[in-house]
Ligand binder design. Structure first.
Ligand SMILES: [Zn+2]
Length: 427
């Protein structure tokens, strides 16, 4: 069990996180009105977008009004940046007010303002269990891309001491982790596993020789199986966050890890990426974000990431909506009965059943109906009946779809097989 678990799993970074729902709605509307008017007045690119949609900034009063404005696709942002020298004319302040500029693949350029809390990572790290005085190994890249600095800013706000470790050098990373009383890790989940394996290879006892207690991971998917493996290996609390170079922190897990709370610095919509229609809670769609950031006020930015809202309130007390994880990119999903099914969602489901050795989802069509079949291979000596019932329920909870389950003999499926096979014939 984690030392100091209570200290790390209680409290909030900012009282805003627990504001009552009514107050939150008022806050959101006020922030939205302010940012749209600011962006219209100061960013030429945003003014053009609103004018083209024939929307006056004063007409955007609340989240529903935003829908009149088309989503700004990520690919469009790349094009706009190519056409207009500085951030596609979407910057909301003069360039001399910036602190840094980052470059991500695309290429896409992202600004950082001078404000200490820029990127909004403080709340995310606190919610993940980081506290003042933690010594943290920050394994996000510090050069060109913003990951390293983004975390660095947030860690400073929380009062942590940072080792700017960056990426790679797994042997040195493992040695630092053993030599210094490092209590926190920030980086991708897979790299933490690489470091753990390297540490074992070097003969360190990962549980005894290291003092790691908390990890904040991001930048890639965190399958539940990997989270469990890391938590067991290090006796560490692993929480994830979701953010992008363009937007900063968008959402993050709290101690309950039941979805990711939205940051108070953003307004998030989940929409059908083809029709732009809003999705109901639980239904997957594209994450579209408006940031309350005067430096780089992106309005209705389509991330291309797929997620869904969680409806129930969170026992942690934070009143923000939550995202049910990131399932993947919109282009990779298969649509079944009008609902997106992404391999990551299926991994999430299957990850909850250690008895499932291999799996494959087959999407077919019977009559005019899509059919979805989960083909699974089970480990030996498993009591099938309760497992299949529980699996059915989990599939319905996560995918909002019913599926057939077919238990196939061991050796039927291969690791290299496609995870979702679409055998529907059209016409
Ligand atoms: Zn919570």
């Amino acid at each position: 069990m984690l030392k100091d678990r209570d200290r790390r799993t209680t409290g909030y970074f900012d009282p805003e996180e627990v504001m009552p729902l009514e107050e939150r709605r008022t806050y959101e509307r006020a922030q939205l009105q302010t940012i749209v008017q600011h962006a219209y007045a100061h960013s030429k690119g945003t003014k053009i977008r609103l004018d083209e949609a024939q929307v006056r900034p004063q007409e955007i009063q609340g989240p529903d009004d935003l829908r009149r404005l088309p989503v700004l696709k990520k690919s469009e942002l790349v094009d706009r940046q190519k056409q207009a020298f500085l951030f596609g004319d979407l910057l909301g302040v003069p360039m001399e007010e910036l602190r840094r500029i980052y470059i991500s693949p695309g290429p896409i350029y992202d600004p950082e303002g001078r404000e200490a809390g820029y990127f909004g990572m403080g709340r995310a790290l606190y919610a993940a269990g980081f506290r003042k005085g933690d010594l943290v190994q920050n394994c996000f890249a510090y050069h060109f891309t913003p990951g390293g600095m983004m975390m660095d800013n947030g860690l400073s706000l929380v009062g942590c001491i940072v080792i700017p470790a960056g990426t790679g050098n797994s042997e040195l990373q493992a040695r630092v982790l053993r030599d210094l009383p490092v209590t926190g890790y920030v980086g991708t989940p897979s790299f933490l596993m690489v470091i753990a394996e390297k540490a074992e290879e070097l003969g360190f006892d990962v549980k005894k020789d290291l003092s790691l207690e908390v990890a904040f991971v991001g930048g890639e998917m965190l399958p539940e199986t990997l989270r469990k493996a890391l938590e067991e290996k290090f006796k560490v609390l692993v929480r994830q966050g979701y953010g992008t170079a363009d937007l900063g922190a968008v959402a993050y897990e709290c101690p309950f890890a039941a979805g990711m709370h939205l940051s108070e610095e953003v307004l998030v919509e989940i929409v059908d990426h083809e029709t732009g229609e809003p999705k109901r809670p639980g239904e997957p769609g594209e994450v579209v974000v408006t940031v309350f950031n005067k430096v780089y006020p992106l309005i209705r930015f389509g991330t291309g990431d797929l997620s869904a809202f969680v409806e129930e309130p969170c026992p942690c007390g934070r009143t923000s909506k939550r995202l049910l994880g990131i399932f993947g990119r919109v282009g990779e999903a298969t649509k079944v009965r009008g609902m997106f099914v992404h391999p990551r969602q299926v991994e999430e489901i299957v990850g909850r059943f250690p008895a499932i050795a291999r799996w494959q989802v087959v999407v077919d069509r019977r009559g005019y109906q899509d059919e979805m079949t989960f083909r699974i291979e089970l480990k030996e000596d498993v009591n099938q009946t309760p497992l299949l019932a529980e699996l059915q329920k989990t599939i319905r909870d996560i995918l909002k779809l019913r599926a057939e389950i077919e238990v196939v003999p061991a050796g039927t499926l291969r690791e290299a097989d496609r995870k979702i096979v679409d055998v529907r014939k059209w016409g």
